[in-house]
Design a protein around this ligand. Sequence first.
Ligand code: FES
Length: 231
Amino acid sequence: MGENKSERKSPTSRLTSERGMPGAFEGETVSRRRFMTGVAHSAGIVAAASFTLPALGFALAPVFDRAPITWHPIGPFSGIPEVTYKPVVFTLVPGIGDAGLALAYVRRHIDAIDGPVKDRYDHVVALSSRCVHVGCPVRFSAASDTFICPCHGGIYDFRGVRIGGPPPRPLDRFYTLIRPDGMVLLGPRFSVNNELRRFSPRDPGEPVDGIGQYLYPSRFTTSDAPPGAKS
Ligand code: FES
């Protein structure tokens, strides 16, 4: 009898009775202990997921929320100069008072300097006054047709392209639009490389020429380009 039992033992068998498990039922393939352990682990996973997944969703959803495109009126097209820049203050972030104001330098598009107009957002050139090194405000010098940053000596030419100092790319720009009634609107900010090709907005210190455009992608929360904008 004992000999028969040992003959029936097979550690690789699917049946618990044939693997010699104490208390095994005939035809059973999973022991009750293993089954109960599996049930307890599954219940634990479901319970943990029921409160961690919603919490993760709430925490991460805003990261992927693009800011809506907003347009800010800055005055009639007739008031935009042709051969120099005009500083305009506008509300970039509404609802937070002076902290939401920003300064841009605007002028009309000049084919001889800027090349052909890219699209309907390119009839007015609007440069951000924020230096792309670490963000100090730059000042336009009409005497030398350059933008000068007082912090570390960054210098940009008339188009906002860096010609000296540590800034890693040209000054950022804003999309502009001329309403049918002649009002000029400033839209989302964008970055440009040295050929003035448009890129999604980057933070100060981030180059967009060469491999830099891949090493420093824009943040998820920045606005998309307006519809039909070309690079
Ligand atoms: S912040 Fe403008 S050069 Fe450093």
